[in-house]
Write a protein that binds this ligand. Sequence first.
Ligand code: NAD
Length: 458
Amino acid sequence: MPDLNLQLGLLRQYYESGATRSFAFRKKQLIAIKNGIIKFEKEIDEALFADLKKNREETYATETGLVLAEINVTVRNLYRWMRPTSAGTNLVNLPSSSKVYRDPLGVVLIISPWNYPLQLLLIPLVGAIAGGNCAVLKPSEFAPATEKIMQKIITHIFPPEYVLYITGNGAEVVPAMMKNFRFDHVFYTGSIPVGKIIYQMAAEKLAPVTLELGGKSPAIVLADANIKIAAKRIAFGKFINAGQTCIAPDYVLVHEKVKDEFIDKLKDSISRFYGTDASINYDYGKIINQKRFDTLVNYIGEGEVVTGGEYNRENLFIAPTVLKNIAPGATVMQQEIFGPILPVIAFHDMEEAMEIVQRNATPLAFYLFTTNTQEEKVWIDKIPFGGGCINNADWHFTNHNLPFGGVGNSGIGMYHGKYSFDTFTRLKAVMKTPNWFDPAIKYPPLKGKLKLFKWFIK
Ligand code: NAD
């Protein structure tokens, strides 16, 4: 492999040449990704099946389709987003005029995880390209088939001095880059512990970051909810991709009055979605690797199994599992589960539910099931969370009109659609002053002008 520092230097040079800045260039690159995805769709489908046992339909709905939609909305709006906007000018500066320009950031680093390995790398790339940047891509090494097909696509359509694709052990290659090169932005999606390492390395170079992290996202089911719908939508949001979704409902807090009904309906939904043996079901995925499998299996013993509980290490299968009567102090209620195990806990009143949510404060997502709009307002107001849904789960992620990101423990910054463009550009403020008006009052000597200043500057 050519010297990494040399390659990063070439990206810097390419960026500084100005080649990436024009609208026409950016649009062309975005369309190249779109065509690349369409051309290699079959291989992408095979890769995601190999890594996570995703079927073609799910791959389209949660990976390729999302990237294509992001490209479409970006291409449609990019020209408008790129245009400088006029800003007002305050009295003291009249008759100057003011504008806000959108500057690219420079050379950005995008690091992604294995759970949605295609879209979590390429959606940020769409934003980086739209912003007029050069990018270094570091996909997860734990989804190797997807890592390989994305490498094929990216190296096929982009020269390495524009988009550089780096593979290998993240704990080695990322520090090797970040310690020797100042990225103009680091966009990281992954776990909280690694997010902290990235943040520290970025701080050393004063590089800005976006951190898209995980955490424990609650689903709250109030007594007045439509229980059948709540159970169906929570089951779908939780067990898609075998629970390996950052925004999946991590656990359910259900009002004690409706707990039994909710659990019954949850069981019904799970068996309707995945049949009696999920291990052979077309719509049910697998655990990414044995390390994650072992962690997940340990959680199952921490509660009473309501449904599921079966597993097989050989084919990395863990059945959709619902737990109740969770042991006090159980790790399943302390760590992000990130797998197909769903603890269901009954609560008596809002204070009790809030207290449980606060134990893992500032979740990435929050889901509330209720038919009472007053309750809706109170909960949204009281709980800090990244984003979420009322009477739904996960789907807010797919709406590119909404900003996506975490808060506190679940991350820093936002992206998707226009918010990605904002993340990958910088506002540059410019005031233009005409030469025909240059009153002496602005210049020294200032003595005696205080009254006038007080009139002008307020
Ligand atoms: P991870 O943090 O282990 O790895 C993510 C990336 O970081 C990989 O590309 C990896 O190579 C790299 N990496 C690993 N160790 C590194 C180190 N020491 N220094 C620098 N880079 C390193 O995360 P993961 O296990 O792949 O993903 C799971 C986590 O990601 C979960 O917590 C999940 O909630 C979170 N996640 C968040 C979002 C979101 O949008 N907020 C989306 C998906 C996943």
